[in-house]
Design a protein around this ligand. Structure first.
Ligand code: UDP
Length: 235
């Protein structure tokens, strides 16, 4: 496979075209941003760690019959993925109260939710990924009603699979963000990444944060936390 021009550079990844129009070449960077780009920095080796952790979860999900964009890890920081037509919605799944949900509803971080919940954001950097209802997403033609139903079903399925698996390693899956896209035949599959950048992982007993909140909130030992996830999963 040959690497071609840069298609897109995001906050944490660069995406290149390849000589196959259905395959993209992902490069994971060490750059970290938070609070809508207001806070910027680097987390040493984050690109390597997130590449490995994402591919680990994508493999795990595939084994459990969830289709993902993962094709093949090429190097420490690089992976081939299927080209998707991305649905411009960020799907946030929550099991435990944290982050913006805690602030918005005035509930302490750490409170277990009676039932897992899903929220949607409109993927738009200029607008700061604003919260959007399912109805507005359909009204704005970001996705059809049917597509949203599929996305919700897949997200809850992925939540159950990841939550159960992480428990084995004494990791609590607090919340996370997913992105989906369509392949040529219209099938909706999981894209983007599943990593400490996009998930809140807590130690099951101590509730120690093992994710990007350490960077967001200047808690220190950021690299250690990312490495801890890698080590616990024995990747
Ligand atoms: N998240 C993400 N990208 C975003 C917003 C949120 O990966 O642009 C993840 C975040 O890491 C957390 C979950 O989605 O695991 C819920 O985030 P929340 O809405 O609480 O926002 P935050 O408090 O992180 O701003």
């Amino acid at each position: 496979m040959e690497k071609r021009e840069l298609l897109y550079e995001g906050k944490a990844k660069k995406i290149f075209k390849t000589d196959n129009q259905d395959i993209l070449w992902v490069y994971y960077k060490d750059d970290a941003t938070a609070f809508n780009n207001q806070k910027r920095g680097q987390i040493k080796n984050k690109g390597v760690i997130n590449n490995k952790i994402t591919n680990y979860f994508m493999n795990f999900l595939e084994k459990n019959k969830v289709s993902t964009h993962f094709i093949k890890e090429i190097s420490d920081r690089e992976t081939f993925v299927k080209r998707l037509e991305i649905i411009p919605l960020e799907v946030i799944v929550r099991n435990v109260v944290a982050g913006s949900f805690s602030k918005r509803y005035g509930i302490c971080e750490g409170e277990m939710l009676k039932k897992s919940t899903i929220e949607f954001s409109y993927k738009n950097d200029e607008l700061g990924d604003p919260f959007i209802s399912e109805y507005s997403a359909v009204a704005l033609e970001l996705a059809s009603e049917k597509e949203i139903e599929v996305v919700k079903k897949l997200s809850f399925e992925i939540n159950d699979l990841l939550k159960g698996h992480l428990k084995i390693f004494n990791i609590k899956l607090v919340d996370f963000k997913l992105e989906f896209g369509k392949v040529k035949n219209g099938e909706i599959i999981l894209g983007d990444e599943v990593s400490p950048d996009t998930c809140r992982f807590w130690d099951i007993k101590t509730h120690e944060k093992l994710d990007k909140d350490r960077f967001r909130n200047d808690l220190g030992n950021v690299e250690d936390a990312y490495n801890e996830i890698l080590n616990r999963l024995k990747i």
